[in-house]
Design a protein around this ligand. Structure first.
Ligand code: FES
Length: 241
């Protein structure tokens, strides 16, 4: 474990977007090293303003609840280290989602888009009898190679916030839901691929993407939603996967 040390007089200034225009929005907190963005928010809550609104749960990059924008980049607060030389950072709520309070956003539009692509495996009911052997995708198959690198989405909405189309609320399903759609369409055990391909071919689907790659750059799990969108565009017309 690294040593969380602090030099005498070492401080960090943090600007935070607040919902209440009368609330303090600039704070000075003691610097520790390493210091995550979430450490700075907790220090503000502890020593300056217990009412400041932000969200977190697991603190290990798994739950996806702590996403904020730091100096314009959408990141997980619990996993993003404040640069060694930084004297000031700015923290804003995610873009494209309604603000509930301070840094807390309402993620309902993100999850509505997720729901629209039927985000779960739809098995073949006829083939799934009690005695049926569970269908598996072989570990060394091309299908597995396509699916595995796209599986670890934690629903943090960093991609959604980083996408110029989704974050501007321009009626776009968005990168996370399209990535999930690609995973399921690629899965030979699923029977709802045709329905999903219809959904992603609508005006809210893959053709809204301008391939700026902000989604892929922002994903804290290293997923590549832009590549997933490219595949879905192809698979609309070509059933060979
Ligand atoms: S607190 Fe769970 S991902 Fe950051």
């Amino acid at each position: 474990m690294r040593n969380r040390h602090r030099k005498a007089g070492d401080e960090l200034r943090v600007s935070v977007t607040r919902s209440d225009a009368a609330a303090a929005d600039e704070f000075t907190v003691p610097r520790i090293r390493p210091m995550m963005v979430l450490d700075a928010l907790l220090a503000i809550q502890r020593t300056h303003d217990p009412a400041i609104g932000f969200r977190y749960s697991c603190r290990v990059g798994m739950c996806g609840t702590c996403t904020v924008r730091v100096d314009g980049r959408s990141v997980l607060a619990c996993q993003t280290e404040i640069p060694e030389r930084a004297e000031h950072i700015r923290i804003d709520p995610l873009a494209g989602l309604p603000v509930v309070r301070d840094l807390v956003v309402d993620t309902a539009p993100f999850w509505q888009a997720w729901k629209s692509i039927t985000p779960y495996l739809v098995p073949d009911e006829d083939a799934a009898g009690m005695d049926a052997t569970p269908a598996v995708i072989k570990p060394d198959s091309a299908e597995r190679e396509r699916i595995d690198p796209s599986l670890d989405c934690i629903g943090c909405a960093a991609c959604f916030s980083s996408c110029g189309i989704a974050s501007a609320r321009r009626d776009f399903i968005g990168p996370a839901a399209l990535n999930r759609a690609m995973v399921l369409v690629a899965d030979s055990r699923d029977t709802a691929a045709a329905h999903r391909l219809d959904v992603v071919a609508t005006d809210s689907g893959v053709d809204r993407c301008h391939y700026i790659y902000g989604c892929s750059a922002a994903c804290p799990k290293g997923l590549d939603p832009a590549q997933a969108i490219r595949r879905l565009r192809k698979w609309r017309f070509d059933e060979s996967r």
